[in-house]
Design a protein around this ligand. Sequence first.
Ligand code: C5P
Length: 406
Amino acid sequence: MALAGKRVLLIVSGGIAAYKVLELIRRLRERGASVRAVLTKGGAQFVTPLSLSALSEDKVYTDLFSLTDESEMGHIQLSRDADLVVVAPATADILARMAAGMADDLATTVLLATDKPVLAAPAMNVRMWEHPATQDNLDRLRRRGVRMVGPNAGPMACNEYGFGRMAEPEEILAAISRHFGRPAGPLTGRRALVTSGPTHEPIDPVRYIANHSSGKQGHAIAAALAALGAETVLVTGPTDEADPLDVHTVAVTTAVEMMEACRAALPVDIAVCAAAVADWRVASRADEKIKKGDGGTPTLTLVENPDILASLSAGPGRPALVVGFAAETEQVVAHARAKRERKGCDWILANDVSPETGTFGGDANRVHLIRADGHEAWPEMSKAEVGQRLASAIARSFQGAGDGAA
Ligand code: C5P
């Protein structure tokens, strides 16, 4: 678990986004962190102490002058007993009080007393965010080492649009994970590159050639490699998947862009090509939308896209271990063996994508791992489990063979 044993003190101040911290607490705890919450008076208007304590499985601290709190744990100790203090949502008001060094409630007292790093997720109306007073306060806090995550631009509860929406729980989680650094594991010190998702090949400004790849499998592999300690770059085509934790994600659209981003990520020890790269692109994309009736039915001339897997396998700077995918609809193992030879990669994960399997876009996958010296049929499992099992096999191959992994 990526955040095992980490102690987060979460200060919840009064903004409409306070409900999102419930999800944040759940995700932090899933990753092994413990969460202790301090709720301001304003925060209690938006989220109840009961829901915070149910999710954190701890007492929620609200009152500076509560004798029980002081006898069980003074505010000084509360502020020291954490590895990281997170203020989410951080309203304009609490940021101002932090900047001024005030200590007029438990939250600000803890923030003034703490010697631990502080991460704030601002959330407020766009005009309040843009106000020079808020911007000055943010500058002062940043100079003092307080780190900010967000806010994002978007529609706001007050019917305005602009900066001020609190970062999403997963973005705050990613910032917290970055703070604590990558977990150590058997792949610590190794660099990995993973491709994922489809590519979109434009025909004109509004149309493109694509496929049904969801990116679920590639994203799961990147997450699993990072969880074992690998410094991981994920190059992904357009997908709805969230960026995995502890992974540097590079978003691209076309195969040519994917190839360039992969080249830029080299050198790596491990490359896993899980993307469903379009085999062809349109030779010359139209600058304007192609109109019906402009000289009859258009003819698209296609040219072949670069083969990223084959090119990474051929070098220069070939990764020690290159893994490809084979999506087959029949004779899965035989075709995948031939593909391993043809592409020059070390391993192939072959899966049956005939329509009745529901693999494309689904959560489950049944794969065969094909190496030079034989093949393993894995039972049906979730794409997350396939990612973990592949990452473990990769880690074992490095442990067993030093750098000559394959
Ligand atoms: O040739 P085919 O598309 O079946 O091969 C699939 C494998 O090759 C996958 O690992 C895929 O990511 C990779 N590939 C690639 N670049 C291409 C086509 C496929 O990296 N242009």
